[in-house]
Design a protein around this ligand. Structure first.
Ligand code: GRF
Length: 198
């Protein structure tokens, strides 16, 4: 029997900002670290740099402004319809600054993952690095988790950490966190796709 998959697994990346993790995923595909196809970028910030990256790479863009929709369910239905039409098998949140609602969670069960710049369950929310730094932790890290209806509460898939001696600036810590993210996210996505036979 021929086990060769005719097409690469299709993923969608959701981003609201700079998109360095989006770029790391693009680069990992180019370098053969990740065997997948990014079929679209979904963004709630049409002016964000993540959109420039998608344009440069010729990746389809689904851009929307939440204020143009009556509810989260309304814009998520629009997104879900397009993702299903494109055959998306895994949704990868990479700095997407909106809480995923029941519409997407129901339509993509255990198919939505997120990266968070702290060692969950510590320091959830939008300022994980600053919160951990100000608390004075000596071990920092990154968490990749399934998305559920909470804020950074879903089941943990993988984590990576590093120790500081306390003399580092927050900028230095942040640089190290992003460097870890850019390696761990593509590798974890690849492993998930393999584990799910995608
Ligand atoms: C990353 O630190 C990620 O962990 C968090 O948002 C940040 C996004 O950065 N969820 P970028 O837009 O990928 O550069």
């Amino acid at each position: 029997m021929n086990n060769i998959r005719p097409q690469l697994p299709k993923i969608a990346v959701f981003a609201s900002g700079f998109g360095s993790n989006f770029q790391a995923i693009i680069d990992a595909i180019k370098n053969g670290v990740l065997m997948a196809e990014i079929v679209c970028l979904v963004t709630d910030k049409p002016e964000s740099y993540s959109v420039q990256r998608a344009i440069k790479e010729g990746i389809d863009i689904i851009a929307f402004s939440a204020k143009n929709y009556a509810s989260k369910a309304d814009y998520e239905k629009m997104i879900a319809a397009q993702l299903i039409a494109k055959g998306v098998e895994l949704i990868v949140l990479a700095g997407y600054m909106r809480i995923i609602g029941n519409t997407l969670l129901t339509m993509f069960p255990r198919k939505i993952i997120n990266i968070h710049p702290a060692l969950l369950p510590a320091f959830p929310g939008a300022h994980g690095i600053k919160d951990a730094f100000e608390y004075g932790v000596k071990v920092f890290g990154v968490t990749i988790h399934y998305v559920d209806s909470g804020i950074d509460t879903g089941e943990i898939i993988d984590q990576a950490s590093f120790h500081i001696n306390g003399t580092e600036t927050i900028d230095e810590v942040e640089t190290e966190i992003h460097a870890i993210e850019h390696k761990l996210y593509p590798a974890t996505i690849q492993k998930l796709l393999e584990d799910n036979n995608l």
